[in-house]
Design a binder for this molecule. Structure first.
Ligand SMILES: Nc1nc2c(ncn2[C@@H]2O[C@H](COP(=O)(O)OP(=O)(O)OP(=O)(O)O)[C@@H](O)[C@H]2O)c(=O)[nH]1
Ligand SMILES: [Zn+2]
Length: 385
């Protein structure tokens, strides 16, 4: 990463979208006139500190959008192989404010980088689920949470459609999720409940929104950014969105400050983490591991003796299920790395692993439902293209 010498006169901005060989860059404040990008609308350091303390932050208000320049990338960056990503903080030269053009000359170091969607400097993932319609499926929620935790960025959980359940039901859900280590924010896009609070959480941050289909993500984005024009509840709109965004990632500016990216077509996240790291994506297990140790240093917390993790906590069953996925994924990766081998490495726990012969031919392997479903989805997508 380059960009060590940033002079105060240099123009900085945030890449909102990459279109062919152009970069749409939201520019920071210039000479106290123009508003800034990620750190939008901060006039002083004092204000910044105040707003970081969420409890005392002022209610967000609408502000004029920051200027956007359509930029090329300097040849020097191409030569050194410096990629420019959505979310990147960049130095812009030759700003032509009237013509709306400029050139990206450097990229500042990234503090985070997501791969799917490919966005740099993401501060948090806003995970949206519904309390009902579609029903809240604990294992699905768990899977999304694990996927989100595995990115290393902060996770914010919000539960939409709270208009559909009673206070008691909300309390039950809340208690249950607290035991998982999460404090959900209940919202209703339909009844405008707690939408301002979401806007506050998103202020001055780069947030990626994720969640299963039908929970109200488009509705939420529409209410946060009224002019975004997403088509809510339209089948054609959803398909267009789904296909569109696998190739195209974009950050949208919130009128109250902050940038938001959508992740359509992200219904069943793949858990591709290693079996060893999986446990660390469960906050309730992290607490256990902070106070006790397993007997084996490479314990995978399955059926090893003296394991600090295994036991009586609700999501332990989820852990075991995801562990099987992670082990299967690891085997697959190992086999790909050594396709000639007719042995595969099986983890036996207790710090042991063992080679077993691979099955001779595909006919012995039952096609999993998941694979079948994926095949169907592929076919469906192809027929749509
Ligand atoms: N009762 C209730 N319904 C809501 C609420 N928010 C959204 N809906 C409805 O839920 C349905 C799905 O909303 P969408 O915004 O399309 O959901 P989505 O998460 O974007 O779905 P995908 O596009 O499939 O990813 C729509 O019919 C919305 O009108 C809410 O707060 N309460
Ligand atoms: Zn253990």
């Amino acid at each position: 990463m380059t960009g060590e010498n940033i002079s105060t006169k240099q123009l900085l901005g945030t890449v909102l979208a990459v279109q062919a060989n152009f970069y749409r860059v939201q520019m920071d404040e210039v000479e106290g006139v123009r508003s800034s990008g990620v750190q939008a609308f901060r006039s002083s350091e004092e204000q910044r500190k105040n707003q970081e303390e969420k409890n005392f932050s002022p209610a967000p208000c609408s502000l004029p959008p920051a200027p956007i320049l359509l930029c090329t990338r300097r040849t020097r960056l191409k030569k050194i192989g410096q990629q420019v990503m959505v979310g990147d903080r960049v130095i812009v030269e030759e700003a032509d404010w009237a013509g709306g053009r400029g050139a990206v000359s450097d990229v500042l170091p990234r503090h985070s980088q997501l791969n799917r969607p490919a966005i740099a400097n993401v501060n948090q993932i806003l995970l949206v689920f519904a309390v009902a319609d579609p029903p809240l499926e604990p294992i699905q929620l768990s899977r999304f949470l694990i996927k989100a935790e595995s990115t290393g960025v902060d996770v914010l959980l919000c539960l939409n459609k709270c208009d559909l359940v009673s206070l008691e039901e909300k309390q039950q859900i809340s208690d249950r999720l607290l035991a998982w280590g999460y404090q959900p924010l209940f919202i209703s896009v339909q009844n405008s409940i707690n939408i301002d609070q979401i806007a506050e959480y998103l202020q001055d941050k780069i947030t990626v929104i994720a969640g299963p289909s039908g929970v109200g993500k488009s509705s939420l984005i529409n209410s946060l950014i009224p002019d975004i024009n997403l088509r809510v509840g339209e089948v054609s709109g959803k398909l267009a969105r789904g296909r569109h965004t696998t190739r195209h990632v974009e950050l949208f500016e919130m009128p109250t400050g902050g940038l938001l990216a959508d992740t359509p077509g992200f219904n069943q996240p793949d858990l591709d983490c290693s079996p060893e790291e999986l446990i660390h994506y469960f906050p309730e297990a992290r607490v256990r591991l902070a106070t006790a140790h397993c007997r084996f240093s490479d314990c995978i917390h399955k059926d090893e003796p003296d394991c600090a993790v295994s036991g009586d906590w609700e999501r332990y069953q989820h852990y075991l299920e995801f562990l099987d996925d992670a082990l299967a994924h690891q085997n697959q990766t190992n086999q790909q790395a050594d396709p000639e081998s007719n042995l595969k490495l099986i983890s036996k726990g207790k710090g042991q692993s063992q080679y077993e012969p691979k099955l001779e031919s595909k006919k012995y392997r039952r096609i999993s439902r998941k694979t079948q479903l994926q095949d169907l989805q592929e076919l469906y997508r192809e027929s749509e293209d």
